[in-house]
Design a protein around this ligand. Structure first.
Ligand SMILES: C[S@@+](CC[C@H](N)C(=O)[O-])C[C@H]1O[C@@H](n2cnc3c(N)ncnc32)[C@H](O)[C@@H]1O
Length: 237
């Protein structure tokens, strides 16, 4: 995958910072009506409950922390959070939302940044794995592994292939596509990486990298997973 797509992907999230939450909150172009919105929020709470049950305690590394929608949930469990994102506009919004002394922000490109080795109990990333190009999948997971202490765990959340997850005026490409075009409210278009994972395939791919993972999905919108290099995963679906 060309560097140009990764450059556009970051430009997209920088330009979208102020409108990013509309997606998660189902506002504006992301409003799919009361029934689907209620289903969305119900499934968000299901994933949040799974994260609570996982208990992301201790030193937590959050990759691509975004505007803080999940950082705000992590602070109630963690002793300390290192929250990394390459978009300064996004980090500023996260800082304002979370406003917590236990969060240290790092502005860094995750395709170049090397986390401190064996420094974290938990690595958390929401809606980020799908933006990692397929050919960088193994290198990404090697970094997650290096960041964790022995016995450390990961928790991830991501999107299922579902047309009502995105803006009403955006087309969802085929399940097998690995890039798509996203538009801002003002119509500007960007090509970004978006890879949709199926639970069994993701579990098997992680197993080949020596991760024991439990991969779950909500009925319509979300996939979530947790695991560790040790043998017992923490979440059952
Ligand atoms: C889909 S958002 C997810 C944000 C957050 N985790 C959430 O769940 O709301 C992807 C995030 O990745 C960040 N990002 C994009 N390219 C990046 C890169 N190369 N390095 C670090 N962060 C990047 C964007 O700024 C954006 O905040």
């Amino acid at each position: 995958m060309t560097r140009d797509v990764l450059r556009q992907q970051l430009e997209y999230y920088r330009a979208r910072a102020g409108e990013y939450d509309e997606w998660f909150l189902r506002r504006g172009r992301y409003d799919h009506g009361p029934a689907l919105n209620a289903r969305w929020f119900g499934e968000v709470e299901g994933v949040a409950a799974a994260l609570d049950a996982f208990r992301p305690a201790g030193d937590v590394l959050e990759l691509a922390c975004g505007t803080g929608l999940w950082t705000a949930r992590l602070v109630s469990h963690a002793a300390h959070i290192t929250a990394v994102d390459a978009a300064p506009e996004v980090v500023a919004l996260n800082r304002a939302r979370v406003d917590s002394p236990i969060v240290t922000y790092v502005e860094a490109d995750l395709f170049a940044w090397e986390p401190p080795a064996h420094a974290f109990d938990v690595v958390f990333f929401s809606f980020w794995l799908s933006h990692v190009p397929p050919e960088r999948f193994d290198a990404f997971w090697a970094r997650v592994r290096r960041a964790l202490r022995p016995g450390g765990r990961f928790f991830l959340i991501d999107s299922r292939h579902e047309s009502t997850s995105t803006a009403v005026d955006q087309q969802l490409p085929e399940r097998t596509a690995t890039t798509l075009t996203r538009r801002l409210n003002d119509g500007r278009a960007f090509d970004i990486v978006k890879v949709f994972y199926e639970p069994d395939a993701l579990r098997e791919r992680l197993a080949r990298l020596e991760w024991a993972a439990e991969v779950c999905q909500t009925p319509t919108f979300f996939l979530y997973a947790s695991g560790s290099i040790a043998d017992t995963p923490d979440v059952s679906c």
